[in-house]
Ligand binder design. Sequence first.
Ligand code: PNW
Length: 478
Amino acid sequence: MIRFPRQFTWGTATSSYQIEGAWQEGGKGLSIWDAFTHTPGKIIDGSTGDVSCDHYHRWEEDCDAMAAMGLTAYRFSLAWSRILPTGRGAVNPEGIRFYSALIDRLLDRGIEPWVTLYHWDLPLTLQLEMDGWLSPGLASVFRDYAAVCFEQFGDRVKHWITFNEPWVVAILGHGQGIFAPGRVSTDEPYRAAHTILRAHGQAVRTYRDRFQPRQQGMIGMTNNCDWREPLTRDRDDAAAAERAVEFFLGWFADPLYRGEYPDCMRERVGGRLPVFTPDDRTMITGSQDFFGLNHYTTMFAAKTRPGAAVETTPFGNGGIAEDQDVQLSAHPAWQKTEMGWSIVPWGVRKLLHWIDARYGHPPVVITENGCAFPDVPSGGTVDDQRRIAFLDAYLAEIHRAIDEGVDLRGYFLWSLMDNFEWSSGFTRRFGLWHVDYTTGVRTPKTSAAWFSGVIAENGFVPMEGNPYGAVPGEPRHD
Ligand code: PNW
């Protein structure tokens, strides 16, 4: 039996645009994701989040079903445009009422709300009028929105996440253009990221000055990072793997903990990388109470070898490739989820150690981890044994990292229910609950009962012969 530390937080995660629907109800303004999904060709199945899981109308039953599973924490995001329909100015009371009631019901059911302020659904007006995150001025607009949320919900919300995965906003939204706002550029990712870091800093300063002393909550940012394992023992490949993680995670976490972008980024990106003013640096350094981490996969990294086979994942390779000079690949024996992401459980342990070492042993919370598989209902349930095997294998490595000294405080599974998977539309299912998008009916998969058991026991008995348990490539010796 593997047991987790007492007080370990177990939860599931979702985000507003992916589950709520009701895109034009309750006084909500439009967001960049409403505009993006309504642009032909952007989403592989032509779908939108207009209705999605219809959580906006089913939130009560959803809370009750979460409670029945024994969940003790739930991470969700606020749709900025429900609270401030044009991003700033007058507050929409219906939006406040919706989230307030949700928070109350969760607490009433013994579920702690972990609230993300920004999970990518920027009010469309701010994109059109200000150019979104490309405008330095958006930082203070975000701060003011954050202050409304602290004011309205901070008496009950004790865990705040300012931003979900700024890397995705920067690279997929402003570099590759496959996520909203759909821009393609080699310098805009760095500019957007810079505004986000400044916005985070300002919001945290506001929280700490005006709310935290009274409300006593914790605040942080959530960053995503895959692990990069050196392809060979060659020194150049080790350096490439290190560079890849610095370009992925150090880009955001270095400013938060060290007040500066990684050296390798400053050297390689040069004039396209913005510079922090002394004030910004002071504001951003030390601006999180916990390290939020989303982790999904691992790849080998090597120095670019001309002509070598390169693996491209569905979402590109972790940054602006030319800036990094890193070539990614996967071990031929690695199995993959339906996202095309390799299942390499030991990668999460290595990444946790990397974070622990580089940032001085911070408290870490895994705010997302999970997998998509083609889950087909049959006989009233979905028997998703592969998801259980995935979770069993990843949680075993996560537990080992804790044993080895990493200060890991919690684990949130992505996701509570199947939902709108961004540019993949409804073609990828990450949920513990299967969702029928024509009827809205939720059906717990086998993994939901398994995860309930983990929470109830604060641990689990590892699966024997887990097909994802003994994964090669650590490190690759040839
Ligand atoms: C995260 N990548 O997105 C998000 O926080 C969720 O909203 C999303 O549903 C989940 O992971 C599953 O995709 C990511 O390309 C999207 O590396 C893309 C990447 C990583 C995370």
